[in-house]
Design a protein around this ligand. Structure first.
Ligand code: SAM
Length: 280
């Protein structure tokens, strides 16, 4: 069968399963199955594909039709300027989280030298993207999930950052190592009630640890702020990602722990998403 026919068939199947991104998902998965890029598919629509590749592709389409995210099927996700290895132990990095990276790069010039900590590091996307851009930054990432730390270590090797970063498998509550000029975190911030209303791709496949912000959605944010207040240096910066409706309460929590809120930035959907604060 040729590429055009294979793609049309897959697109139809995904549409029948209510996958809105049926076209692009089919293209990404076929490109992945035959180890080419999407450009190759578009330029070679009449090329014939061998049976074993079609079998591999059909298996990916079957899994996608059940909601499994494309990033878990291809084991990769673009974030900032790199392609991260991901698996179902880590949250798939989101474009909105790039705001944290962008903010840090605007706050600290290229030659600045500092120690940073990333709490709930997941795939390591925030920490590793920043270290890649700032050659004199040294970083520690922590996560309660052992699977996440394994993914971070793999990404560290991919990006040649082993000499400037360490990862610890630790609950934020138990972590007591070091003092930091900069702390970043995208904690789990979805309240328990809302989790079941997330898209099935998210709720059925992404790690609950990465989503569950407890009864009110603030339990992980609170832990991060409390621990950051202890581990951060005076005048150090804490940059946090928050939920769209959490700005005011997080502002109060930060003030209680003697952080000054410099700015709250909006995301691409016009929701408050990123809090910049300074320890006073
Ligand atoms: C929303 S995800 C963010 C992952 C990554 N930083 C990102 O932005 O894509 C939150 C992460 O916090 C971790 N986590 C949850 N509870 C934690 C805790 N008590 N201590 C440390 N990490 C925790 C989860 O395993 C998950 O990787």
């Amino acid at each position: 069968m040729d590429i055009e026919n294979i793609l049309n068939k897959a697109k139809k199947k995904l549409k029948n399963f209510d996958i809105a991104s049926s076209q692009i998902d089919s293209e990404i998965l076929l490109a992945d199955a035959i180890n080419k890029d999407r450009k190759y598919l578009i330029l070679n629509l009449k090329s014939q594909i061998k049976g074993n590749y079609i079998k591999k592709f059909n298996n990916l389409i079957k899994r996608r039709s059940k909601g499994e995210p494309v990033a878990y099927l291809t084991k990769k996700k673009e974030f900032w300027k790199e392609t991260f290895y991901v698996n179902n132990n880590v949250l798939i990095p989101r474009p909105d989280t790039e705001i944290i990276v962008d903010t840090v790069l605007k706050l600290f010039p290229k030659n600045s030298k500092l120690q940073m900590l990333d709490i709930g590091t997941g795939s390591g996307c925030i920490l590793l993207s920043i270290l890649k851009e700032r050659p004199n930054f040294y970083g520690i990432g922590i996560d309660i999930s052992k699977g996440s730390i394994n993914v971070c270590k793999y990404n560290t090797q991919l990006f040649n950052l082993s000499n400037r970063v360490k990862f610890f498998n630790s609950d934020v509550d138990n972590f007591i190592l070091g003092k930091y000029d900069l702390i970043t975190s995208n904690p789990a911030y979805i309240d328990l009630q809302s989790i079941k209303y997330l898209k099935r791709d998210v709720v059925n496949f992404e790690p609950k640890l990465a989503l569950n912000g407890g009864l009110d959605g603030f339990s992980q944010i609170r832990k991060v702020i409390d621990k950051a207040a202890i581990l951060i240096k005076k005048n150090g910066k804490l940059i946090l990602e928050i939920g769209f409706n959490q700005k005011n309460k997080v502002g109060e929590m930060l003030k209680e722990k003697k952080f000054y809120v410099n700015q709250v930035l909006k995301d691409y959907g016009n929701n408050y998403r990123c809090v910049i604060s300074t320890k006073i």
